[in-house]
Design a protein around this ligand. Structure first.
Ligand code: NAD
Length: 281
């Protein structure tokens, strides 16, 4: 497809646009992921907590696309019932990973992420060391984090041996995460945007963005995704509607100039849609 690739700090390559499946029930994930792969998506983002790893895996198996052409991500859940401290926590990471792999039905995973840092527990470094140990097993090619702030990334950079390939965070024109992106860039960590379309809410009816979409003969969703790509961000929009699944991938063939990029930036509010990762447990 015409979607650019991003090379991660370990040499692995991820498509800059992927398909997210949060809030897609397991049975619905089968047709949705199938439609996405048929449309040309080669990167799929799920998580243990989405409870659709089985449906996602089934769609991947049925798609008939060579495994090495796909980039599959899943995430380690916060797991309120487990003790993440000490050795036991690391073993629990392996058990969680194995469960995800069984559900996905895959021989190997492209990317495993810690879903949230939960800094109030002081255990993310230990969890990360458990995730690092998975690399040696060869069933996961890359490891990274999600919802980490600069403070947590600094701990990993100082205290652990593997630099996360990316940090998946809430990022859209309302909440552009400039400071975190600059930190990532300084440390070879790629930025991946969750809720890249602002969850399809008011962002898509912003008058300034509607004008820009009209100017380019595109939809607001396409303009916003174009903004992500031109910002060097990896984006994983979600839809279960086949026409939108296609629309969200069809973002080549036009370009935002500096003035257009400034218009998109002008809608920033600095307000999150999702929870604050420093507080979320
Ligand atoms: P999103 O920004 O991708 O918006 C999705 C919603 O926007 C859809 O449900 C639909 O209502 C609407 N939409 C999609 N395409 C559209 C189009 N072309 N035109 C009009 N409306 C459209 O929001 P998201 O699902 O929250 O985020 C994307 C993915 O990011 C998730 O599926 C998940 O994989 C990931 N995610 C990760 C975390 C995390 O903590 N790591 C949190 C939230 C989401």
């Amino acid at each position: 497809s015409s979607i650019p690739n991003v090379t991660l700090n370990n040499g692995a390559v991820i498509p800059q646009l992927g398909f997210g499946v949060w809030q897609v029930p397991d049975e619905e994930a089968v047709p949705a992921v199938r439609a996405a792969i048929e449309a040309g998506y080669r990167s799929i983002d799920t998580a243990a907590i989405y409870e659709n790893e089985a449906g996602t895996g089934q769609a991947i198996a049925e798609a008939g696309v060579p495994r090495e052409e796909l980039f599959v991500t899943t995430k380690l859940w916060n797991s309120g019932t487990r003790d993440w401290s000490g050795r036991q926590g690391r073993d629990a990471v392996r058990a969680e990973f194995d469960t995800s792999m069984d559900l996905l039905g895959l021989e190997y995973l492209d990317l495993y992420l810690i879903h949230w840092p939960r800094p109030m527990h002081g255990s993310f470094l230990n969890v990360w060391q458990g995730v690092e140990e998975l690399l040696a097993g060869g069933r996961v090619k890359s490891i990274g984090v999600s919802n980490f702030g600069v403070e947590q990334l600094e701990v990993l950079l100082k205290e652990s041996s593997v630099v996360p390939v990316l940090n998946q965070v809430e990022l859209h024109p309302y909440f552009p995460q400039q400071e975190l992106r600059a930190f990532h860039a300084d440390h070879g960590i790629a930025t991946e945007a969750w809720s890249p379309l602002g969850q399809g809410k008011s962002l898509l009816s912003e008058p300034a963005l509607q004008q820009l979409a009209a100017k380019h003969g595109r939809t607001v969703a396409q303009v916003v995704l174009r903004w992500h790509l031109q910002s060097g961000v990896i984006a994983i929009p979600k839809s279960v509607t086949p026409s939108r699944i296609k629309e969200n991938l069809d973002v080549a063939g036009f370009e935002l100039d500096a003035e257009d990029m400034a218009v998109v930036a002008s809608v920033a509010t600095g307000v999150r849609i999702g929870p604050d990762p420093q507080e979320f447990d």
